[in-house]
Design a binder for this molecule. Sequence first.
Ligand SMILES: [Zn+2]
Length: 167
Amino acid sequence: MRETLVLNASFEPLATVSLRRAVVLVMQDKAVVEQAHPGLRIRASAVEMPVPRVIRLSRYVRVPFRRQAPWTRRGVLVRDRHRCAYCGRRATTVDHVMPRSRGGADSWLNTVAACAEDNHRKADRTPEQAGMRLLTRPFEPTPSESLLFSLGADGRAALPQWLARPA
Ligand SMILES: [Zn+2]
């Protein structure tokens, strides 16, 4: 994980920051290290400390408005755990449930992960027209979930157990 995950004082994931920024926050007592890279230490000024993977703000930050998670193809694949919504096998493509040629949007609720074969078979048709059934319903991830997605699979796997893992 190149980025350090920042949790609010309430443990809710807030953002990711560079390692340098994370170290500064900890040195200024604005955050505490919740999880560090095992065996790695960083020297900053005259202080040596573990390399933070997750830090938590000492004071609660009120977040008045949380933007909805922006839609991305990669995000859809991660949300669906790279599993095809039609057959459950490994998915490498993103299918528009309502095809784009019929006005289907690039949105969380209109897209699912699909294997190349099923995506090709469905083509410019709705699942009903193609006689294909969705095994799972697409859903809109929360900003927190989206943040965890953005860390990538390796980054998420390295997170502490108590952090929610959407994928
Ligand atoms: Zn499939």
